[in-house]
Write a protein that binds this ligand. Structure first.
Ligand code: GAR
Length: 197
């Protein structure tokens, strides 16, 4: 049975676009919703252009009341009946109250080779550490931040003269390949790890 996929974004949504574009033909998933936590998220217009329903649940009126924000998120998601949630540059920390009921059905992409560099500023941290390689990870979401079973990773070299922006762009190119491949497998019930070079 085709899986309904909701994609949560906060920004430009380039990963979201790649995920939506991948869900055609015999892909086991179809996009049912693109949800942003801000009406300013550039990805919303891209989703509309792709013909995907959109919604906004702005976190700001909740003034730090995460359970109330997450209840609103859950209500909006429920209207679209997703089977799978993909976090794709969704920059709000989700608590166990939201994550636990979705565990095993929610994926995230993170711009580092987890377990290295959980949290923010991953590219700058990899450069500061003198790493020779960096990359991205798709993992199942668990209540611990940027944790959970790893479903796929892609590596990129760090080159002399790299800045955080240059490195981020190199990693993003790999994110666009990795996330659709992992989602296609995951939606088919296959949790085998994908490693891209
Ligand atoms: C991506 O690099 C993604 O890995 C990162 O935000 C960017 C979103 O770009 N996510 C995180 O940092 C999550 N902690 P996009 O909006 O163009 O897909």
């Amino acid at each position: 049975m085709t899986k309904r996929v909701a994609i949560l974004i906060s920004g430009g949504g380039s990963n979201m676009v790649k995920l939506v574009e991948s869900m055609t033909g015999d892909h086991p998933g179809r996009p049912c919703l693109v949800l942003a936590n801000s009406a300013d998220a550039g990805g919303l217009q891209k989703a509309k252009n792709l013909g995907v329903p959109t919604a906004v649940v702005d976190h700001r009126p909740f003034k730090g009341d995460r359970p109330a924000f997450e209840a609103a998120l859950q209500d909006t998601l429920a209207e679209h009946k997703p089977d799978i949630i993909c976090l794709a540059g969704f920059m709000r920390v989700l608590t166990a109250g939201f994550v636990t009921p979705w565990q095993g059905r929610m994926l995230n992409i993170h711009p580092s080779l987890l377990p290295k560099y959980r949290g923010l500023h991953t590219h700058a941290r990899a450069l500061e550490a003198g790493d020779t390689e960096h990359g991205c990870t798709v993992h199942e979401v668990t209540p611990a931040l940027d944790d959970g079973p790893i479903l796929g990773q892609a590596r990129v070299p760090i080159r002399p003269g790299d800045t955080p922006d240059i490195l981020a762009a190199r990693v993003l190119g790999q994110e666009h390949k990795l996330y659709p491949q992992v989602l296609a497998r995951f939606a088919a019930g296959d949790r085998t790890t994908i490693m891209l070079k």
